[in-house]
Ligand binder design. Sequence first.
Ligand code: PLP
Length: 357
Amino acid sequence: MQISTTPSTTAIEDERLAEILANPGFGVHFTDHMVTIEWTPDAGWHGARVTPYGPLTLDPATAVLHYAQETFEGMKAYRHGDGSIWTFRPEENAARMVRSSRRLAFPELPVDDFVQAVDALVTIDERWVPDPEGEKSLYLRPFMIATEKFLGVRPAQHVTFMVIASPAGAYFKGGVKPVTLWLTTEYTRAGRGGMGAAKTGGNYASSLVAQQEATGHGCDQVVFLDGQEGKYVEELGGMNMYFVYDDGHIVTPATGTILEGITRASIIELAGKLGHQVEERRFSIDEWRDGVTSGAIKEVFACGTAAVVTPVGSLKWDGGEVPAPASTDLTMKIRQALVDVQYGRAEDTFGWMHKVC
Ligand SMILES: Cc1ncc(COP(=O)(O)O)c(C=O)c1O
């Protein structure tokens, strides 16, 4: 794919950039450039370009604003000790966007074009990738929106794919600590035949009220159960879940109505290599409660690009509570192993890292 480049003439000054990278927060500062690729039925994907970062002008009748035909991805670029910059399994994000696109009746952006677009943005804005100390990174947000000016419920005939980037600080300030969870019994995020496996804005819009409920009960994150029986653990608002038994075997909820996390898939491989048997199956909330209470479940953890891996502490719901599991040993071992590969401190035996520049 040919990508044209119009460099920014107002790129951030070194001094201000250093201030931002010292304390980037999350999702508040954006780099100097963005990537855009457009699609129409006649021309296919075309017009790939890197341009200065800036606002979009959208007609008020633009389809995405009304019918939410949208997909996105979340991934990171990591600076290694030698100054080189790498992404983690970017072709998996590209493949997931293809799956989301099918569910959202979008055209499919080829995996190689997705990776090339991300690489182009990271390369031109490479000075925005923080030094590795303190688990900082450059968060990358590829997304696809229905940009046809049309009010009507049908797949848009003009689609825009973009990539923007934002420096990110460590998810945990002052060290990893267990997240406390709220079990919502009122709201679900997915149902059979729905969009649970797609990374689309609507899923996150529908999770907000449940997350508010969690926060209102003093918990960090919300846990969703399946929509049909209200019995099986699905995932958190933005992370997948794992349960570690005292005999070493690990259970994670099966895919279908959950987001197929790339961290989740990587942990299945990594845990296998560490000698743990991993079961992907339906896992009921009763198994969680009884397992932790009896001590059969030693650890519970959640995973995703943002936090990598986080221990899970107590679980609360209306009228009940399960205490924090006894240990976080394997959780922290898996976390360290993944982070070390991402930051180039351990050998990448799985071939997960992709060198950008
Ligand atoms: C709902 C949901 N589940 C799971 C995940 C974890 O996915 P990944 O490991 O690809 O970041 C995310 C993260 O984006 C998410 O939003």
